[in-house]
Ligand binder design. Structure first.
Ligand code: NAD
Length: 494
């Protein structure tokens, strides 16, 4: 089976921050991969806009280097890279001043094609850029803006950002990226839930015991120490990525697969979140690794010996609605963990009664595990009879639901989240982007939790580098008679 690549309509894409880390690591290599796949029309144009002064050739050289380094298995042969580079031009633009804006305007085709502006810059510049795009007549009713996380650091700042953008753009023009939503498997989760009759009848507290969402990283704060220490795992990961995953798992079936229908249902999930009890949250900070110079402890890494910011968080979350009352969601994310792994595990209830005597080897628990990174895939643990003549012995085996054999080799190299999301921007499809009210609702739930820590002077628990988080996180589960799933980087077949 060959996956279909449907070319998008032609476009001009301006990347503000076109020389930055995100543009070089994700946006431009992603566009290159779409170019290789034949999805980008021959007359589409990409304009890098940033503070540095350089000509088009110098910019193309930066992009060529980034593409070679970060575009994965796509080889730059047979003039493909050159073909891609021809689409690129560069504009020196000062977001905070008047320099460069008229030149940028001249560079744009302005022939009625789709126009998209990617704000890959610090959020403090969103307002300046929006204002100047407007002042220089570059904002049309059909143009689109893409904004990156962090979208605020609390409800107040998120509201201000929304208001700033709303002064110049309609909500239907604003694409707030959460790259977790662009992952193939996240979309497959919706296909599995809403495209099959098998799952939805069981998708509730009557059949689902609990749900675990883990996003574990092996890296520490690295060079982002100062930024990270002002944010922490709650703001950096839970408020956006983990909550988005929770929404997709917990939402009611939307009436149709359209942006507002899906986002309305996600919003209802966020609004149904119960306030979190302090004893349902465990915060941690990683200790030094064996090689202390290479892997210093969290406080050394951020340069603040008294920092109270968490690099790990585990929490038990409840939803107050008919579907989920009684089924807890356990969220966990941290840095310097044993493996890089993002997984959603839907753990079904045990059988009400077993007819088999030897259940030692089978737990009789179905688990639907959705692995998001590093390898995307979906498996369902099912209990079967162990093959052979030894009587009725049961074992649990994972049923691979990604069907590599049926779908062919191209599923082994699915598009990166950024590739898909940028193409969705050009197509004008907002389904996988966060709406302003969703972001605000997420902060409205998060803010009191953070305020509680600050009021109590809560200090994160130390945890071992390369482990699975503080022991208190295990105790959180043990109190409910549960254990966390192992954090593994197991290769699942796509
Ligand atoms: P960066 O510091 O590497 O790059 C910033 C870019 O902005 C540069 O191209 C710079 O020239 C440009 N810039 C700065 N001031 C400017 C001005 N006054 N006028 C015009 N251009 C200006 O930043 P980054 O890591 O690429 O991050 C960009 C945005 O994406 C940030 O909001 C960040 O939080 C977000 N983000 C980054 C990552 C990542 O992996 N880097 C991941 C998620 C979100």
């Amino acid at each position: 089976m060959v996956s279909r690549v449907i070319p998008v309509d032609t476009f001009d894409l301006v990347i503000f921050g076109g020389t930055g880390d995100l543009a070089r690591r994700k946006i431009l290599p992603g566009l290159f991969r779409r170019f290789c796949a034949g999805q980008i029309p021959s007359d589409a144009r990409i304009i890098g806009a940033a503070r540095g002064e350089m000509d088009n050739d110098a910019y193309r050289e930066i992009v060529a280097e980034a593409v070679r380094e970060f575009s994965g298995s796509h080889h730059c042969e047979d003039g493909t890279l050159e073909g891609f580079l021809e689409k690129l031009s560069y504009a020196h633009v000062d977001a905070r001043g008047e320099d460069g804006w008229e030149t940028l305007k001249q560079l744009m085709s302005r022939d009625g094609r789709i126009e998209a502006f990617y704000f890959s810059v610090a959020p403090g510049l969103f307002g300046d850029i929006a204002k100047r795009l407007h002042a220089h007549g570059m904002v049309s009713p059909t143009c689109r803006v893409v904004v990156e996380k962090p979208f605020g650091r609390d409800l107040q700042s998120a509201r201000e950002l929304n208001q700033t953008l709303a002064q110049h753009f309609d909500e239907s023009q604003i694409y707030r990226i959460d790259h977790y939503l662009g992952k193939e498997t996240v979309q497959n989760l919706m296909a599995v839930r809403f495209g099959n009759v098998l799952f939805e009848p069981l998708w509730n507290s009557q059949y689902i015991d609990h749900i675990q969402i883990t996003v574990a990283e092996t890296v520490g704060v690295g060079g982002r120490g100062e930024y990270y220490d002002r944010s922490g795992a709650m703001r950096d990961m839970v408020q956006n990525h983990l909550m988005q995953l929770l929404c997709l798992i917990a939402m009611e079936p939307p009436a149709k697969f359209d942006p507002d229908a899906v986002r309305d249902e996600k919003l209802k999930v966020i609004r149904a979140l119960e306030p979190v009890m302090p004893h349902h949250v465990v915060r941690g900070q990683y200790m030094a690794g064996e090689d202390e110079d290479a892997h210093p402890d969290y406080r050394t890494a951020v340069g603040d010996p008294r920092s109270k910011t968490e690099s790990f968080i585990a929490m038990k979350v409840n939803l107050a609605n008919w579907r989920w009352a009684g089924t807890p969601f356990y969220l966990r994310t941290g840095k310097r963990m044993s493996a890089r792994s993002s997984e959603i595990a839907v753990v079904f209830k045990p059988l009400p009664h077993t007819i088999f005597e030897d259940v030692e080897h089978g737990t009789n628990r179905n688990v639907l595990a959705i692995q998001l990174q590093p390898n995307e895939g979906i498996t369902m643990d099912v209990t079967i009879k162990e093959p052979g003549p030894g009587g009725m012995r049961l074992i649990d085996v994972p049923l691979d639901m990604t069907f590599a054999e049926a779908l062919g080799p191209e599923v082994e190299d699915p598009p990166d989240a950024y590739e898909r999301l940028i193409m969705d921007v050009i197509r004008g499809n907002q389904t996988l982007f966060m709406r302003g009210d969703e972001v605000e609702a997420a902060w409205a739930w998060t803010d009191p939790i953070i305020a509680g820590w600050e009021a109590r002077g809560d200090v994160p628990k130390p945890y071992e580098s390369g482990g699975s988080g503080p022991v208190e996180a295990d105790q959180l589960m043990a109190r409910d008679g549960l254990i966390w799933r192992e954090i593994t980087q197991k290769r699942r077949r796509m």
